[in-house]
Design a protein around this ligand. Structure first.
Ligand SMILES: Cc1cc2nc3c(=O)[nH]c(=O)nc-3n(C[C@H](O)[C@H](O)[C@H](O)COP(=O)(O)OP(=O)(O)OC[C@H]3O[C@@H](n4cnc5c(N)ncnc54)[C@H](O)[C@@H]3O)c2cc1C
Length: 470
């Protein structure tokens, strides 16, 4: 039997463990905190559960636009509903705990040995698990390192878990903050700013760029910037935060231009650092990049024979879905199953703001810079009948296809349910479908997905010279 030892029980690690068992490996997984990893305990599951509460609140606020009012009450619906943040956060913690327990049970049922403790490599073929009962040596034919990452902290803005938080600590808050300052307008900062604003919190978002969500589709980020500003959120663009400190019951964020932002609480969302130090990687021959990430190829191999790596510790694409795929690929490859290398051109991702931004395949920037020679078609949602019925005003669909063949190579959806609507485009990109095939496929009338078929229809027969953007 092949001995497989996995360090880290997030999506990169636990999905790999399941595949390794399926392929007949003897699998031991070492996890120091809880199964499901940061994805389940502090990152994906908690933030999306918070956002689920925010979505309900957003729906309540828009109810009046479609003609719904409170019975025997003259107050506006939005004003009549308030959030019990303690309860919302308690539900989040409970859901994360239950999800972690489910994963633990599933792994045990599949025959994975789980060790609670810290793992480190002792050469490429042995892992030492440091547990409460002492060290255990685990011989390994194959090692998978899936240790994830942790929130980056600034020396000048040390999170204390009371007034200054990382995203992992914020769910300890029992009361609605008077004024939450969110530092960082990347995906994490934008998602939290969006959710807490929807829940009625006064939010200031400190963004070092000219627009929120740098690195996302520019048109999509512009929509979100506009929605944020109209929701009552204060967005400080071009404002670089130097530090945050407590002054009594207040938090003061100092900006590079000398200005100060004063709030009651502060959430620092300034990136993540890979968990790759002091676990014997370089000593075992595993090469790290300058940023401290583990270098891997498209089948998750590191520079050390028999040692694979998956997930955020590799810096390939910090998504749970990519971590899980890298982990599975590592097992398929190392245990001799058929395997296709990781193809980042087909990755689907979503920003859970309101509205959401979902993307797949190549980007507008790839087309604008000539990396991909393609055509763009963008349709605003406000022209869609279903969107009008639902009082949706902000959002669009965008499709990128190759000239001549019309093969779909990417797309963007900005809509409340973009994470669901992107799937037909994802199918098209993965299976190299053409815009004509997409256009000929029935969609329900009326539906938001009708706009995807309409955008595809408008790309019919266009040559490379006729790039059209509406
Ligand atoms: C706020 C937030 C929201 C996000 N939302 C989404 C989303 O909606 N969708 C999405 O796809 N991605 C999302 N992500 C990204 C996603 O969380 C990560 O990509 C994912 O967690 C990576 O999985 P992983 O297995 O690499 O690492 P992790 O989930 O971080 O798991 C690594 C595990 O390894 C353990 N570990 C570390 N070192 C050791 C050691 N030496 N010994 C034993 N155990 C160790 C850790 O305790 C941890 O449990 C979000 C990230 C953040 C910060």
């Amino acid at each position: 039997m092949t001995d497989v030892v996995i360090i880290g029980g997030g999506p990169g690690g636990y999905e790999a463990a399941l595949v390794a068992r399926q392929l007949g490996g003897r699998v031991t997984l070492v996890e120091r905190r809880g199964l499901g990893g940061s994805a389940v305990l502090t990152d994906v599951v908690p933030s999306k559960t918070l956002i689920a509460a925010a979505e309900v609140m957003t729906k309540i606020r828009t109810a009046e636009e479609v003609g719904l009012h409170l019975t025997d009450d003259t107050r506006r619906l939005g004003a009549a509903v308030s959030v019990d943040l303690g309860q919302v956060h308690a539900r989040i913690r409970e859901l994360a705990r239950a999800q972690s327990a489910d994963i633990t049970e599933r792994l045990r049922a599949d025959g994975v040995r789980i060790i609670s403790g810290s793992g480190r490599l002792d050469g490429p073929q042995r892992v030492i698990a440091q547990t409460a009962d002492g060290d255990e040596e685990l011989p390994a034919d194959i090692v998978l390192v899936a240790t994830g990452a942790h929130p980056r902290e600034l020396d000048t803005a040390r999170p204390d878990g009371e007034r200054i938080f990382t995203w992992a600590q914020i769910y300890d808050l029992e009361e609605v903050p008077k004024h939450l300052i969110v530092v960082g307008s990347g995906v994490t900062g934008a998602e939290f700013a969006s959710a807490y604003t929807a829940l009625g919190v006064t939010v200031t978002l400190v963004s070092s760029r000219h627009q929120v969500l740098p690195g996302q589709d520019d048109d999509a980020a512009r929509v979100i910037q506009h929605v944020f500003e109209n929701s009552g959120m204060t967005v400080l663009n071009g404002a670089r935060a130097l530090g945050a400190e407590r002054r009594g019951d207040e938090v003061v964020v100092r900006l590079a231009d000398g200005a100060e932002v004063v709030g009651s609480h502060c959430l620092m969302a300034v990136g993540a650092i890979p968990n790759t130090t002091h676990i014997g990687l370089e000593e075992a021959g595993v090469r790290l990049s300058a940023s401290g990430h583990i270098e891997v190829d498209r089948v998750s191999r590191t520079s050390a024979r028999g040692v694979y790596a998956a997930g955020d510790c590799t810096g390939v694409n910090a998504l749970a879905s990519v971590a899980a795929m890298q982990g599975r690929i590592a097992m398929w490859h190392s245990l001799g199953d058929s395997v296709a290398p990781l193809d980042l051109r087909t990755v689907c991702a979503n920003v859970f703001t309101a509205p959401e931004i979902a993307t797949v395949g190549c980007s507008q920037a790839d087309i604008d810079t000539g990396v991909v020679r393609g055509l763009t078609m963008m349709l605003p949602l406000r022209s869609n009948a279903r969107a009008k019925m639902q009082a949706l005003t902000d959002g669009f669909v965008k499709i990128f296809c190759l000239p001549t063949t019309g093969i779909v190579v990417g797309g963007v959806v900005v809509a409340p349910s973009a994470s669901e609507l992107i799937h037909p485009l994802s199918l098209a990109v993965r299976n190299k479908l053409t815009v004509d095939q997409l256009a000929e496929t029935f969609t329900v009338y009326p539906s938001l997905s009708g706009s995807l078929a309409e955008a595809a229809r408008r790309l019919h027969g266009h040559s490379a010279e006729q790039v059209i953007t509406y």
